[in-house]
Design a protein around this ligand. Structure first.
Ligand SMILES: [Zn+2]
Length: 182
């Protein structure tokens, strides 16, 4: 089976999808929580901008915070180029391409990992990166409430630690050969 599974919605992980599907008929899959942002849904984007505007104000970020919010309105960020144009199939069960699909939120609310029990290979998106610490991002949920992304990140790391993994294929850098130690 051939298809593209987006491990999470960040632009550095989805950049080529529009180009690939413009020349190949290939299904694209993502976690249900990724759909509104991948489609740059106007109401959802508005909610996110408002969430960050309030957050930066509460945290006393001043002018820098205001500039960040202005950047969220930036036409480059909101451009059609950054929106996924094709249909996106939502991952509705925990199996795809012969891999177990694991929800691993924290770095992004829609992040998933693919695990192959036979090879003991795990594709983790950005949950684990070899040469730099992986990070949890501040994000609102669909009601505009801040998610506990650091707690989620820790739980996701524990979930993967409990698996019998030999190799981790990260979203960045080299293959991780000592995932348990890391
Ligand atoms: Zn990311």
């Amino acid at each position: 089976m051939t298809g593209i599974l987006l491990t999470h919605h960040h632009t550095d992980h989805i950049g080529l999808v529009n180009r690939i599907v413009s020349t190949h008929t290939i299904p694209v899959y993502a976690h249900p929580n990724a759909i509104l942002i991948l489609k740059r849904d106007t109401e959802y984007i508005k909610m996110r901008v408002e969430f960050f505007r309030k957050l930066y104000q509460e945290m006393g970020c001043g002018e820098i915070g205001e500039k960040q919010v202005a950047d969220l309105h930036n036409p480059i960020i909101l451009s059609e180029d950054n929106k996924i144009h094709c249909g996106i199939q939502q991952i509705t069960n925990n199996q795809l391409f012969g891999f177990d699909i694991l929800e691993i939120p924290g770095h992004a609310p829609d992040q998933v990992a693919l695990y192959n029990k036979e090879c003991k290979w795990l594709f983790t998106g950005n949950l684990l990166i070899g040469n730099i610490p992986s990070n949890a991002f501040i994000e609102p949920d669909f009601d505009g409430i801040r998610t506990k992304s650091i707690v989620q990140q820790k739980q996701s790391l524990e979930k993967c630690l409990s698996l019998n993994v030999d190799l981790v294929f990260s979203g960045h850098g080299m293959i991780i050969e000592n995932p348990i130690d890391l």
